[in-house]
Design a protein around this ligand. Structure first.
Ligand code: ATP
Length: 235
């Protein structure tokens, strides 16, 4: 579903992402782990089509910056970008209209807003929402399009425990529905039970790619590989 080949991104003289390649398949949950400044957000922003980059990225066989590709993937940025003067409901309506969703999107919107405790806040303006509420709304906006691929940059930040639990359930539902999921996070506990593939990044490179089975064979945890591959020698 998601194919990244030879992705590099330079900001002036900083090589933020250095020739990385990876894939995320249908129904696969991949997690990008790495210390601050490793290049995770730059990778995700490049895939989302927000940055110029070198390399090739395709989503469902289509070039990532094409309209066709953009129709099928959702993106939850590190910092929620909500419109100050749109209500919660208008945010979802805006996305639904922009993506030309079928009329039954309102039912799904109600369901999502209820799951994230926003059902009684549909008339609140973006500027009136707390940080956590903005993050929840941003997640709802990415989910309303029924994505085939979704990327979430530090999605658990600022969420309350109920929303974290709900989001984990949603990841499992997306997986079952065949959606490819790419999550960048430092909160390893939050994805421990659900990930399928880990991509450890350090200094712009992918220094380790392993499946859950491969780590289990070696009785290693995500935390183990995080420290092993991001501190000191890189194998
Ligand atoms: P964090 O976990 O702190 O969010 P990250 O792994 O997401 O970090 P990036 O935000 O991708 O890391 O940053 C990778 C490198 O690129 C860092 O050295 C950062 O300083 C640099 N960088 C990121 N965005 C820009 C920018 N707009 N201009 C210049 N340098 C940037």
């Amino acid at each position: 579903m998601l194919q990244v080949k030879g992705l590099s991104k330079k900001f002036d003289n900083i090589l933020a992402v250095d020739n990385i390649s990876f894939e995320v398949g249908n129904g696969e949950i991949a997690v990008l782990l790495g210390p601050n400044g490793a290049g995770k957000s730059t990778t995700i922003k490049s895939i989302a089509g927000l940055l110029k980059f070198d390399g090739k990225i395709s989503v469902d066989g289509m070039e990532n910056k094409s309209i066709e590709a953009k129709k099928v993937f959702g993106y939850v940025p590190e910092t929620a970008a909500v419109y100050n003067y749109l209500t919660v409901f208008e945010h979802i309506e805006f996305i639904a209209r922009a993506y030309c969703l079928d009329n039954n999107w309102t039912e799904k919107a109600e369901h999502l807003l209820k799951r994230f405790d926003l059902a009684d806040k549909t008339e609140k303006l973006g500027k009136e929402l707390s940080k956590g509420m903005q993050q929840k709304l941003s997640i709802c906006c990415a989910l309303i399009i029924n994505p085939k691929m979704i990327m979430l940059d530090e999605p658990m930040m600022g969420l309350d425990p109920k929303a974290i639990k709900e989001l984990k359930n949603i990841f499992i539902e997306l997986k079952k529905a065949g959606c490819a999921v790419l999550i960048s996070t430092h909160i390893i506990d939050s994805i421990e039970e659900i990930w399928d593939k880990v991509l450890v990044m350090n200094k712009g490179k992918i220094v380790l790619e392993r499946t859950r089975e491969e780590l289990e064979e070696k009785s290693e945890s995500l935390e183990d590989v995080f420290f092993k591959y991001t501190e000191g020698a890189i194998v």
